[in-house]
Write a protein of this length. Sequence first.
Length: 89
Amino acid sequence: MVSDKDVEHIAQLADIGITKDDLREFTVQFNAILDYFDILDGVTGEEQGEDSLCNVLREDDGTPSLPQEDVLGNAGSTEDGFIRAPRVM
C-alpha cells in the first residue's frame, strides 16, 4: 500500500506540485494501479502449440515510390543523386 507520505515523496522526485487536496486522490489512484498489477501477477498464460499460431499482419503490397528527380527537386541541397543534410556532430 502506498501512503500519503509516499505520494508526497514521489511527487517531489518527479517535481510535480500536489496540493493537500489532491494528495488523497493520488494516493487512492496509486493503490488502484498497484491492485491491477496484483491481478495481472496472478494471471497464468495458457500454453499454446504451434498449430494455434497465425499471422495477424496483412500482406505487404508494394506501391511505386516517387521518381528520384521529383524528390531531389524538393530538396534544399543535393549531392551525387542524394539529399544533402547538414553535418551532425
